[in-house]
Design a protein around this ligand. Structure first.
Ligand SMILES: [Zn+2]
Ligand SMILES: [Zn+2]
Length: 89
C-alpha cells in the first residue's frame, strides 16, 4: 500500500467525517483505489482488489505515535495528546 494514499485518506477523513480511533479500527483502505472499506471485508467494494490485513488504525499507528491513554494517533512531533492532554511517550 502506498503511504501517500493513507495520509491523503486520513486527512480527508478527519476533515469530512471526523474519524477517531474507533472508526479507524473498523476501516481498511484499498491499496488499489484508496477507497475506505469496512475492516471485515476481504475485497474492495469499489474495484474488487484484495484488501490489506491491517486496518487503517493499525497501518497508521505503526508509523506514528499513539497516546497510551486514549489511543488516538498523534503527529510524531507531539509531546502532549491533543485529546486528553496526556504526555506522549
Ligand atoms: Zn479498491
Ligand atoms: Zn490521549
Amino acid at each position: 500500500m502506498k503511504m501517500e494514499q493513507i495520509e491523503k485518506v486520513r486527512i480527508e477523513s478527519m476533515r469530512h467525517l471526523g474519524f477517531g480511533p474507533q472508526v479507524m479500527k473498523r476501516l481498511k483502505i484499498c491499496g488499489n483505489c484508496g477507497e475506505p472499506v469496512p475492516a471485515d471485508k476481504l475485497f474492495c467494494r469499489e474495484c474488487g482488489a484484495p484488501l490489506p490485513k491491517m486496518t487503517l488504525y493499525q497501518s497508521y499507528s505503526a508509523r506514528h505515535k499513539v497516546c497510551q491513554a486514549c489511543s488516538i494517533v498523534v503527529s510524531d512531533s507531539s509531546l502532549y495528546c491533543p485529546q486528553c492532554g496526556g504526555i506522549i511517550l
